[in-house]
Design a protein around this ligand. Structure first.
Ligand SMILES: Cc1ncc(COP(=O)(O)O)c(C=O)c1O
Length: 414
């Protein structure tokens, strides 16, 4: 039998809180960025794996295959062509670094730029994974309000002016311009030009995070900020998580050698998983453009189910914009609702939701908001989950007062 040993006094200082053990997915899983299981292109991935392994399997003998530390070259070639075709980005395969998901890309960008006490500008509603990273790094975060088209330029301009007055140069402006997480906003081309102008005038780089830009219902993706700036002062990251599969853990960074060389020196994993890169390159080169519309039409149908279920179960208590793409709906409930508490009560009943304060720079602003990911649950599960959530919300906060158009017995006075 193992002799008990206490590691606690040996732990390094400033470790994050311990992880909680995984006990399986909740019955109604509306959290995280999971994808639609029906649209994982399993057959295509199997054929791709077979073909690429038969042809090049022996290159697995060396770290980095035969491609070097930037990642599998055919995948970087695919990306270079795709980014040109879809986002107007002109970059060579050697301007792309393959990472273990775009989360590693976030870590590498932060790693080369940020130190404790630095300041960054971010979108007021933003990706929770970015917020937790910045908090852990001890960075000052300034949230800039959004509207239906994303970052508000008047607010950004005054935030930049304010920093200038205080003698502070922000390290970057972090934005998710195309299908923003969580709001779903898409920044138009004119606003992108204004953003670049402001950033340039203040000498602040832009950190462009684009993992949802393939998932636009009408397929009309504006040019990337990286493209519009010809790469000057912009770092662009992306991912295959939302377009193919998050479990594969493949993302990428686009930038010049001046920054990629600094990131490579920090990327101490001796290369991201090679098999995933090989299979993706083989699959995507032939099938990516045909695969994506099938995925997005399935997602759009699930979103419609979700919006209908919310309207039916919450009535006017749930406010939201119909997003132009993506996998999330950002919902505003009445002020009485505290979504941190709602999330706890819902989880006890097997319903997982993302409470707004974890997705906003300003926690008070997020208090009555929540993010619902609709990609993974089936339409029936979406309907049932929303009905259950309405019951719990009504029990805990007295709203909605009518569920599925039936008034509550106590008239909602509790
Ligand atoms: C805006 C944004 N960036 C990055 C990521 C990280 O994704 P991944 O590491 O799977 O590429 C996510 C995941 O949901 C995200 O929403």
């Amino acid at each position: 039998m193992a002799v008990p040993f206490d590691f606690t006094p040996l732990f390094a200082p400033n470790l994050p809180a311990p992880a909680v053990k995984w006990n399986g997915f909740p019955r109604y899983n509306f959290v995280g960025g999971h994808n639609d299981a029906e649209h994982v292109p399993v057959e295509g991935l199997m054929a791709a794996a077979n073909a690429v392994l038969k042809r090049e399997g022996r290159t697995l003998a060396t770290y980095g295959l035969a491609s070097g530390p930037l990642g599998y070259r055919p995948l970087r070639e695919f990306l270079s062509a795709k980014l040109k075709r879809h986002a107007g980005i002109v970059c060579a395969p050697d301007d792309i670094l393959i990472t273990s998901g775009s989360l590693q890309a976030l870590d590498l960008v932060n790693g080369i730029l940020l130190a404790r006490g630095d300041t960054v500008l971010i979108e007021q509603e933003t990706y929770g994974g970015a917020l937790t990273r910045l908090a852990r790094l001890g960075v000052n975060v300034i949230g800039v309000p959004l509207d239906r088209e994303g970052l508000r330029m008047d607010a950004l301009s005054s935030a930049l002016d304010d920093l200038k007055r205080r003698g502070i140069r922000a390290k970057y402006i972090y934005t998710i311009p195309t299908v923003q997480n969580p709001t779903g906003a898409i920044m138009g081309e004119q606003r992108r030009a204004e953003l670049l102008r402001l950033a340039h005038a203040h000498g602040v780089p832009i950190f462009e995070d684009e993992c949802y830009s393939d998932l636009i219902w009408d397929g009309r993706r504006p040019p990337a900020l990286y493209a519009m700036a010809n790469g000057g002062g912009v770092i662009h990251i992306g991912s295959f998580s939302k377009s193919v599969s998050p479990a594969l853990r493949v993302g990428y960074i686009v930038g010049g050698w001046d920054i990629l060389s600094r990131m490579l020196a920090l990327k101490t994993d001796a290369g991201s998983g090679a098999l995933e890169q090989m299979v993706l390159a083989e699959f995507c080169s032939a099938e990516f453009d045909a695969h994506v519309p099938k995925l997005t039409s399935g997602l759009r149908a699930k979103l419609e189910t979700l919006m209908e279920a919310l309207a039916e179960q919450f009535g006017t208590a749930a406010e939201f914009e119909d997003p132009k793409g993506g996998i999330y709906l950002w919902v505003k409930l009445p002020e009485a609702v505290d979504t941190l508490k709602l999330a706890q009560a819902a989880l006890a009943a097997g319903i997982a939701i993302n409470p707004g304060p974890e997705w906003t720079a300003d926690k008070a602003y997020g208090k009555s908001r929540l993010r619902i990911c609709f990609a993974n649950p089936s339409k029936a599960t979406i309907r049932q989950g929303v009905a259950e959530l309405a019951k719990i919300c009504s029990r805990e906060f007295g709203v909605p007062t009518r569920i599925a158009n039936v008034a509550r017995a106590d008239g909602g006075q509790m």
